[in-house]
Design a protein around this ligand. Structure first.
Ligand code: MLT
Length: 253
């Protein structure tokens, strides 16, 4: 990976820049480009690592790869509640550590996924409602839902939101850490469990109460980490960057 210093040194030679998630495209990068940088491409969905205000101020168009990794993220979103339902991660850790005697294995028993609302999240639009899955803003969610999927909205999962959820709710976040008030989630874990792939700060602190909580299963932002998704976003963003350089996208005010 290019170091921040190297990036700032070389950026004045570039008309376009493509990054994945590890490189921060800061205000300094745009300043040091001397106005040459025309397009910044993020090989992925989120553009959190690009200073968008600075890009706009320096006349740099920013494009992303919004579709190529969505299947991978959706698969992670399905794998997580399934693993949670059967305590897969906890059982694995326990067994490797010498574990519970087999006759105690019911300690890992939770529930079947059949007849819950898992997998119905694949339903689209109005279909989702027919399948008993609520999609959208939290204020439309009632206490009867067990699983829900949400758009990326800052801290929409707050104390107030959790207080309206059914006891035993399972929270799955494969979107962005910022959609959850993490302190509120720690409080809510007294009556629910969560599978989290994303965090407000990444990587989260080693002593994070949320990460260490026994009712949470964590993964290190693996949603888009498949070979297919990573190849896909590389191609998608390259095409977007070329399109932007050719002036194919009109900038909107
Ligand atoms: C994305 O924004 O594409 C995903 O969250 C994956 C990532 O950031 O690497």
């Amino acid at each position: 990976m290019v170091s921040p210093e190297e990036l700032c040194t070389k950026i004045s030679l570039c008309d376009a820049l493509i990054v994945r998630s590890g490189t921060k495209v800061t205000r300094e990068v745009f300043e040091r480009s001397g106005g040459r940088l025309k397009v910044g491409g993020r090989a992925g969905v989120g553009v959190d690592n690009v200073d968008l205000s600075a890009a706009t101020e320096h006349g740099c168009f920013v494009v992303n790869a919004p579709t190529a990794s969505t299947i991978a993220a959706a698969e992670h979103g399905i794998a997580s509640p399934t693993a949670m339902a059967r305590n897969i991660a906890q059982a694995d850790v326990s067994m490797k550590a010498g574990g519970l005697p087999y006759h105690c294995r019911l300690n890992f028993a939770l529930w079947q996924v059949a007849k819950k609302q898992i997998c119905r999240g694949f339903a689209r639009g109005e279909d989702a409602c027919c399948h008993g899955v609520w999609k959208g803003w939290f204020r439309g969610c009632s206490a009867c839902q067990r699983y829900a999927s949400y758009p990326a909205t800052s801290r929409i999962f707050s104390d107030q939101a959790f207080s309206q959820m059914k006891k035993g709710v399972r929270i799955v976040n494969v979107a962005r850490g910022g959609v959850i008030d993490e302190e509120a989630l720690v409080r809510a874990l007294d009556f629910g469990i969560a599978a989290l792939d994303v965090f407000t700060v990444e990587p989260p602190p080693k002593d994070s109460r949320l990460v260490l909580h026994e009712n949470v299963t964590v993964t290190p932002h693996l949603g888009a980490s498949t070979a297919e998704a990573q190849e896909g976003v590389a191609i998608e963003v390259a095409e977007a960057v070329v399109g932007a350089l050719k002036g194919e996208f009109a900038a909107t005010a």
